[in-house]
Design a protein around this ligand. Structure first.
Ligand code: AHR
Length: 323
């Protein structure tokens, strides 16, 4: 049995308890974690899961919340280097601008693991990257929509994630790939909602106003569920039925999107596991204790969920995970 893989989502946070026999490898290690912030339910769950797994493994986790600012992340990473931590986890808010600070970590011989978002830059600046295939996530969402509308004419509005972040770039690309060559489908508006519920609502309100109160919109594609939940509220406020008048497809699989599916207000989501820490700590354990260099990219699953997939059960399964 592998402790890092026993982290079953269904077990909830209390189910993360790990046998100490498996937990010796990283016990007492000091690991810095530069987290982006708390823009979404998914992000909150990733933070909760990371802290819980670290505690179970006896890791001294130094947590730094960057409040969405790259400069804060760079400062935190420099602080971790100065403290001489054993390793650093970083969820990079944007894709560019990391070379200098990651070179400093490399020169200090501190392995860096990227969590959930990628960077543009030399691959030797990090030990491994634990993330989903974000282009695939966008493609899965797009393919769902292509099948759902069949031959019907469909104008789509898109709520993008944080500008310059890898999921915003890649989820847009994957969705566009799925729609390529489909004459009946067009993305008529696309704007960032910053991965937040409030901005998703605000931007959707603008889309609805600009598009005949929503009459010209057939579907909304949101780069995360939180923006989709905000958009659902905006659609309801405009007197329309989300999930019926305007289809809603998004990414993350947080409990609230399953609650929306139960209410008939959301149509599809693509799961992003909040357990990036399990594979990251497993890779660090093997590396720090035996010099085993992991795969450069550890890719997590991207599973599609629709109302046919027991949304109430999925809600119940996730609600204890810190979302
Ligand atoms: O990087 C992962 C994305 O960041 C999640 O999909 C989103 O909810 C979060 O804010």
């Amino acid at each position: 049995m592998n402790i890092f893989k026993t982290l079953a989502l269904g077990a909830g946070l209390s189910g993360l308890l790990l046998s100490t026999a498996y937990a010796e490898g990283l016990q007492g290690k000091v690991i810095g974690f530069s987290q982006i912030g708390s823009e979404s339910g998914w992000r909150a769950a990733e933070t909760s899961v990371t802290k819980a797994v670290a505690a179970e493994l006896g890791i001294d986790l130094k947590f730094a919340d960057a409040q969405q600012k790259q400069e804060n992340q760079i400062k935190a990473i420099r602080g971790f280097i100065a403290q001489g931590v054993d390793a650093i986890l970083v969820a990079p808010v944007v894709a560019t601008g990391w070379e200098e600070v990651l070179t400093e970590a490399k020169e200090a011989n501190i392995p860096v693991v990227l969590l959930d978002r990628g960077i543009e830059g030399p691959e030797d600046l990090y030990l491994t990257s634990v993330a989903s295939d974000q282009v695939k996530e966008g493609r899965v969402a797009g393919e769902w929509l292509v099948n759902a509308v069949a031959d019907k004419q469909c104008n789509v509005v898109e709520l993008q994630g944080t500008v310059g972040s890898s999921p915003a770039i890649n989820r847009k690309q994957g969705f566009e790939e799925a729609l390529a060559g489909k004459a009946n489908l067009a993305i008529i508006r696309s704007q960032t909602g910053d991965f937040t519920r409030s901005k998703g609502k605000e931007v959707m309100e603008g889309f609805l106003k600009a598009e005949g109160g929503g009459a010209n919109i057939c579907a909304v594609y949101a780069h995360n569920d939180d923006m989709a939940v905000g958009a659902i509220q905006a659609i309801k406020d405009a007197g329309l039925k989300p999930g019926t008048d305007i289809l809603v497809v998004s990414i993350d699989a947080v409990p609230d999107i399953f609650a929306a599916m139960v209410a008939g207000e959301a149509n599809a989501t693509v799961e992003l596991t909040p357990n990036m820490a399990g594979p990251a700590f497993e890779a660090l354990d093997a590396y720090l204790n035996g010099g085993t260099v992991p795969e450069k990219f550890i890719i997590t699953e991207s599973k599609l969920y629709t109302p046919a997939d027991d949304p109430q059960g999925e809600y119940d399964r996730r609600k204890g995970l810190g979302y």
